[in-house]
Design a protein around this ligand. Sequence first.
Ligand code: PEP
Ligand code: MG
Length: 734
Amino acid sequence: MKSGGLVQSRLDRVVKLIAANMVAEVCSIYAMRAGEVLELYATEGLRPEAVHSTRLRLGEGLVGQIALTAEPLALSDAQQHANFAYRPETGEELYHSFCGVPIQLGARVLGVLVVQNRTQRSYGEEEIETLETVAMVLAELLGSGEVITLEEGRSVEGSALLPVRIGGLVLNEGMAMGRAVLHQWGIVINQVVAEDPEAEIARLDEAVGDMRRAVDRMLARMDKNLDDEQGEVMESYRMFAHDRGWLERIRDVINSGLTAEAAVERIKNDTHQRMMKVRDPYIRERLADLEDLAYRLLQHLSGTEGSSRNLPDETILIARTLGPAELLDYDRKRLRAVVLEEGSKTAHVAIVARALGLPTIGRCEGALSRIRAGDSVIVDGQNGQVFARPNQGIKQTFKASLALQEKRKAEMAAVRNLPAVSQDSVTVELLMNAGLLIDLPHLDECGATGIGLYRTEIPFMVRDAFPGVEDQQALYSKVFEQTGSRPVTFRTLDVGGDKPLPYLTMEKEENPAMGWRALRMTLDRPVMLRLQLQALIRAAKGRELRIMFPMVTDISEFDKARGMVERELAREIARGTAAPSAIKLGAMLEVPALLWQLDKLLPSIDFLSIGSNDLFQFVFAADRGNPSLTRRFDSLSPPMLRLLSDLTAQANAANVPVTLCGEMAGHPLEALALIGCGIRRLSMSAGSIAPVKQTVRALNVAEVTDLVQHLAGLRTRSVRGVLRAYALDRGIPF
Ligand code: PEP
Ligand code: MG
């Protein structure tokens, strides 16, 4: 604990400095210890004897709540708060106001920083931001491991039986509780260190023999049906099973004192690390084979080979990564949520999980090794965190949130059939985003007036080959059938980049989001677009057909696409297909370059749809899937509000309707701001329609417009706090 002492004195100085700078009587730092316990580590103002003695569980008290939700909390009278937990040894009964922020490194909460004052005062947004900045610096200190990993030689993760919290990226919102099922061959290694390396090597050799025989049997069964290429792949698999270098490396690790399982795991992780760096798809596949073999070897070592998929009733599926088909393979009725070690919002599995309504968290580091099969698990898809083996405090907080969620659901159901009209009689059109046939029944349930974005790429991504015109036509016909008389806007294929098609050879790209994707790709491979347009025209069967093109960057791209629609329409009419009653063509505004071509573009389009997910990432140069950037820039900020207001004003002047169909539309506070920017059509996932409708019905559009226009001119990083306070004051739900 030598360096620990040094850190302690630094923390003691920090709390003094903050207290002085913020004119606070108390400043305290709580650090997360083994077992998800927050321990008072340093304080100015509370009694010194409470240091290293006062402890709160995650979810317990205000400090526990901040760590649990990873959200700041400011209260003018903390003692009145339902979650206030009094600790007499601290002497904190003297202090009324309280402001705390999480100390976070990436998604991981390492502790909580708190200031307190005697008087009942409110802390301003700037003060909270100052505390958050200090917390960022503290995170580096706490994250260095000197403070929180040295307790009695035990790491924070500690023994496998302690509760564990893993932060991640929300891929689909929602909350769930259930039992962990580890996807594939998740094997828990209970013992890492071994005393007798020779015995471990003997166990390894025996398991390797078993595994080789099993692989040979498996290949013999398959050999008859293999073509040349598959045969080659399988042969390399067999070769790896007999690879000396691989086994030697495992033996070396055993000789350094690990159990056979831990050694295989270690080499497997090395392979995984290497795999992540390799670009060449061929070598990547080979390394994936080796990883797969390591899993098999672990099964043989632990005697769990061939275990069947007996899912518990409430399954929380834990996986490194999953293909969409693999997810669909599981019994939906038993699945409650999905937790992935990898994954991004645009990953195929995330899209399918959304369609299935499964709360999903990605980028949960080490989930497979830290969660054991059968563990009780809570998935908090509001705050992007997963708890394994949660303690009573966490369970209770979670149950309270779940009850609140149920109550809100009931309230939402009540607004389903009410119009989305504001207090001053402005109608806002609320549309639904969809991308799979299983989404469509939600259209009736959620009360949307139509589909503002139908993402056509998903069926293309889950197939083995490009679907022909008939297949596509059948699919689009079903969409038309189920939407009835409500409008539906189809977006042409937005594949490429990070949404590869398995049957299309694509170059590996440095920056896939800015690469060969969407309209760029379909204009270069016009047959793909032509087939899709034919299928859409045929499926419309005389109805109105709305089509929009993604990632339009240059006006000539839109003109080319329009030319193709016109040619396909003429061809279809010539072959006797009934023409749609009208064809409306729109451009998606996702690339900033289009903003300075609007005067030319607007006269040629029937509507404009803002893809705020992509637009935001390009405007702020901030990768939409990068968790380290999620809190840095805010869509509720002057540049974004000005951009959207100017753009909408131009479109209104040209009589071109504007829809916004990115994630922003589905968050009530963001929706309020968008309405203030002049946008009157919002398209969002089904679950967001009712909450956004509640917001619309409670607000006064004229007043919100004035406010948003004022905020758009401010010199501040984010206007979220002001909008939140405004909504709270007016009783507008968000
Ligand atoms: C967007 O970019 O906002 C959008 C709706 O498209 P996607 O999320 O499919 O890229
Ligand atoms: Mg987009």
